[in-house]
Design a protein around this ligand. Structure first.
Ligand SMILES: *Cc1c(COP(=O)(O)O)cnc(C)c1O
Length: 461
């Protein structure tokens, strides 16, 4: 199994190399040369099995010989042992043909724990073999950073630096990043928005002298290993509702296109998925692109679902690569246009994307109304991201069971949830003292040189 870059010129890598590399050296993203195919019988054999077993069967064919079977089973077991629910990703029924996939039972209460806990285990295992040390640098709109810090805190061979937009993450998100006491954890509050943070991280990766000097590794959702870990719950939930004998549909609240792309991979493996619905908040570049064909950035508008406040949707490049017939030069040209503000998707590519994905958007008011109404009708308290999904899913219900991804616990966004529902969601008991712990954070400017100096200084200690 080899991985190739969406921009066509970086060298092909193994799974282990792609995981450690993150962003390809030509600026592209790694994708599998070919997606492994599962037969109906292979899927059927996994129905009713523990999450960990499904995870092993789904991911192993993508990984070559990076880990032995026993080793990989051990890493999966450790990754999910800290989850607060035996099903890991339980389904809850919302309406006759509408189900919620609860992805918030991990240690930081958002779906990112599924990938991050596993990537932490996998990177540690790979580094322990080589004795090497790496520097993780990531940008976050809130949930990636807390999940990464939780996954890497205290690991011997890793320093983890997380850039988050100052003043634009929730108190719970910020405290999850600033309260760990381990000295290998570096929480950086940057002046700017999430796109600025993501741009500076990309700049660091594109500065090869810096990248090699500090042995930079990335864990943002561009990292293929993260996408792969997220494929698992599309499979497990579909099996629970009768796949592979019957099809299911998914609605995925998304900003960076990571989670929905994992669903696309599950479908490419042969999982019968009818609709794959993209749900955006008021930062609706993906919905606009699918409807009108123009992928044009428009400035980030801060919302009550901040983890989706994104205009440059990194993983969309992976979908474009397939839509353009895997023509890396064409994708590189589009990305150059994007730097100047945007591009028009070709007719053929747009047709492919429209055949593959449906989409919808949810305004701030609609998000609040959906939290309020759902609480009244079902007693379920949605987080604002899940509410965006539920609202858009309701516009796509039909004969096929719809599964909406609930990407975070409502207690991660208590102010918005309380305003909409009248009830303040409580943190699970295991994180009850979060607001008593002291914070440790460094305020940093939106400046590449200053950030690079800080990273060099901190890892030299
Ligand atoms: C990260 C995040 C999203 C968006 O994920 P994508 O990678 O953009 O698909 C949605 N909801 C929550 C709670 C998140 O943390």
């Amino acid at each position: 199994m080899r991985y190739i870059s969406t921009r066509g010129t970086a060298p092909a890598l193994t799974f282990g190399e792609a995981m450690m590399t993150g962003l390809a050296r030509d600026g592209g993203l790694y994708v599998p040369e070919a997606v492994p195919q599962f037969s109906k019988a292979q899927f059927a054999a996994l129905a009713g099995k523990p999450y960990e077993e499904i995870a092993f069967a789904v991911m192993k064919p993508f990984m070559g010989d990076t880990f032995s079977d026993d080793e990989f089973r051990g890493l999966i077991a450790k990754a999910y042992a800290g989850f607060g629910h035996p099903a890991r990703a339980p389904l809850k029924q919302m309406a006759p043909n509408h189900f919620l996939l609860e992805l918030f039972h991990g240690p930081t209460l958002a779906f990112k724990d599924f990938a991050m806990q596993l990537i932490g285990q996998m990177m540690q295992a790979a580094l322990a073999k080589s004795g090497a040390r790496i520097t993780i640098v990531g940008a976050t709109s809130g949930d990636t950073g807390s999940a990464a810090i939780e996954a890497f805190r205290g690991l011997e061979n890793v320093d983890v630096f997380i850039l988050f937009p100052h003043g634009r993450v929730s108190d719970v998100q910020r405290r999850q990043m600033t309260t760990p006491v381990e000295t290998n954890v570096h929480a950086l509050a940057m002046d700017g928005d999430f796109d600025d943070c993501q741009a500076r991280v990309k700049d660091m990766f594109n500065d090869f002298a810096f990248r090699d000097g500090v042995r930079l590794a990335g864990v943002n959702s561009i990292n293929w290993a993260r996408v792969l870990a997220q494929v698992v719950y599309f499979v497990s939930s579909a099996l629970s509702l009768g796949a592979p004998e019957r099809a299911v549909s998914f609605t995925v609240p998304t900003g960076n296109f990571g989670d929905i792309f994992a669903g696309y991979i599950a479908r490419s493996m042969g999982l019968p998925i009818a609709q794959l619905v993209i749900a955006t908040n008021q930062n609706d570049i993906l919905d606009r692109a699918l409807r009108g064909g123009d992928y044009v950035t428009d400035g980030v508008k801060p919302s009550i679902s901040p983890s989706m406040d994104i205009q440059v949707s990194s993983n969309f490049e992976r979908a474009l690569f397939d839509a353009y017939g895997r023509d890396g030069a064409a994708v590189a040209a589009l990305m150059a246009e994007l730097k100047a503000g945007g591009f028009t998707i070709s007719q053929g590519a747009l047709q492919m994307l429209r055949d593959t994905f449906a989409s919808g958007r949810c305004s701030e008011q609609e998000t609040m109304a959906t939290i309020h109404r759902t609480f009244g009708e079902t007693g379920e308290l949605l987080c604002p991201h899940g509410a965006v999904g539920v609202k858009v899913a309701e516009e796509h219900l039909g004969d096929v069971p719809m599964i909406t991804l609930a990407t975070a616990h409502p207690a991660k966004f208590p102010d918005a949830v309380e305003m909409a529902s009248g009830l303040r969601p409580a943190l699970p008991l295991r994180m009850g003292d979060l607001f008593q712990r002291p914070e440790r954070v460094t305020r940093v400017p939106n400046d590449l040189g200053a950030l690079q100096s800080l990273v060099r200084e901190r890892i030299a200690r």
